[in-house]
Design a protein around this ligand. Structure first.
Ligand code: PLP
Length: 422
């Protein structure tokens, strides 16, 4: 090639929006965010593969005229460290390109910060928010402890409400927040039905898409305005970085960008770089998480001590048909419910099951390469619906280990559970 480096995008800067971009998702994962101006030196041949870590607070200008000229459009231009450097722009650009119909992506120091800032970007005092009852608990906490005193009322709704959401909409309803599948209980929501009800009333829709990632579910393609990821989970994939993202369509992108900037939200270049590195292997990792989780979930579903397996790809899971209709895959996080009630003996049996596991860590978060097991009690985080299951639940993050080892480990765990229940 005589014309300088061919970067992965043929040397041409490419529009980040998925519109008119017919590359398939796995190809995008390998190529996205590697623009020539972020991987090469101006006027010099050659270029590196990955945009490096650009650390910065101050940006220096040639003279006052250049300083003043920089003030106009600061998007994806060196201006001040808080507005990011090519390292963060590259990650944001890649995340935008994974969502057909997306206009831009803002990055945050955590998934919770992304959720909080997205909600603050679209809500004003006097507004009402409809929040799914199966939401991640810190999302509920933000609604109660920040939005309520700020003058925004949150109404919680049944994850399976579908088109019935229209009955909850009032003239003050400004936004509908979805999380599908739901945290801990994995109900799959009828996103197109909710979007249709919202669009008919000019209501903004947001979704926490952390479980599926844009690889297995693309909410903006279905008309959702704003898609939020705890990149901490699958995008990073290695349990060593906290980061969140908000990807928005043309109708809401300016609000999201303004909200992020006004709250001074950003992510460190080192963390953005690690997330970009994670993104390159998201496709192979998710495929393996999916296969491992399905093997373990199907095995659990056959065990007599297990009452229920809550995994969107299993017919038992509420909303399974919606998952089959709207998603292109399932990831590695699901729950199962034991038989034997919810009393003290069952609680001790669940602890014995989990405590003795050799291949599962005990801890919060998920989406990393290592398997985790967590006792979960979803009834504590409900208000609009009741979690009606007569048994205690365990949430599993299935990592990249051999599923046969994980199943043998859980088999021994079930024996410990039976010993305590006997
Ligand atoms: C973990 C998680 C978050 C929050 O992400 P953090 O990076 O831990 O703040 C948000 N939503 C869901 C569904 C999560 O599992």
């Amino acid at each position: 090639m005589g014309r300088g480096p061919r970067n992965a995008q043929g040397g041409r800067p490419r529009m980040s929006s998925g519109d008119g971009d017919n590359r398939r998702p796995l190809t995008k994962l390998a190529q996205a965010g590697r623009r020539a101006e972020w991987t090469g030196m101006p006027g010099q041949p050659g270029g590196i593969v990955n945009p490096p870590v650009w650390r910065a607070s101050t940006i220096l200008y040639e003279d006052v005229a250049h300083l003043r000229a920089a003030l106009g459009n600061t998007h994806e231009r060196l201006f001040y460290g808080r507005k990011g450097t090519p390292t963060a722009w590259s990650l944001a650009d890649a995340l935008t390109s994974l969502e057909p119909a997306a206009t831009g992506t803002a990055l945050f120091p955590s998934g919770v910060a992304a959720i909080a800032c997205a909600l603050m970007g679209v809500l004003r005092p006097g507004d009402q928010l409809l929040m799914v009852d199966a939401a991640y608990d810190p999302t509920r906490a933000f609604c109660e402890k920040v939005l309520r005193p700020f003058g925004v009322e949150t109404i919680y709704y049944d994850p399976l409400i579908g088109a019935g959401i229209a009955d909850l909409c009032t003239e003050n309803t400004r936004a509908i927040f979805m999380e599908s599948p739901g945290s801990l209980t994995f109900e799959v929501q009828d996103v197109p039905a909710i979007v249709a009800a919202a669009k008919a009333r000019g209501i903004v829709t947001l979704i926490d898409n952390t479980w599926a990632t844009p690889l297995y579910f693309q909410p903006l393609r279905l008309g959702v305005d704003i898609s939020i990821l705890a990149c901490t989970k699958y995008i990073v994939g290695h349990s060593d970085v906290m980061i969140g993202s908000v990807t928005a369509n043309a109708a809401t992108w300016e609000k999201i960008r303004a909200s992020a900037q006004l709250f001074g939200q950003m992510t460190s270049p080192d963390d953005a770089w690690l997330a970009s590195r994670g993104l390159r292997t998201l496709g192979v990792r998710l495929a393996q998480h999916q296969a491992g989780a399905l093997a373990v979930a199907q095995w659990l579903a056959r065990q007599p001590d297990v009452a229920k397996v809550l995994h969107p790809a299993l017919p038992d899971c509420p909303g399974h048909a919606l998952w089959a209709r709207d998603f292109t895959g399932s990831s590695g996080l699901f729950s199962f419910v034991m038989r034997g009630g919810t009393g003290a003996q069952a609680d001790a049996a669940r602890a014995a099951l989990i405590d003795g596991l050799a291949h599962f860590g005990i801890g919060y978060s998920w989406g990393g390469f290592e398997s985790l097991a967590l006792p979960v009690d979803p009834h504590r985080y409900r208000s609009a619906t009741r979690w009606q299951v007569d048994g205690l639940a365990v949430r599993l993050n299935i990592g990249l280990e051999d599923p046969a080892d994980l199943i043998a480990d859980l088999d021994a765990g079930l024996a410990r559970w039976r010993a305590v229940m006997a």
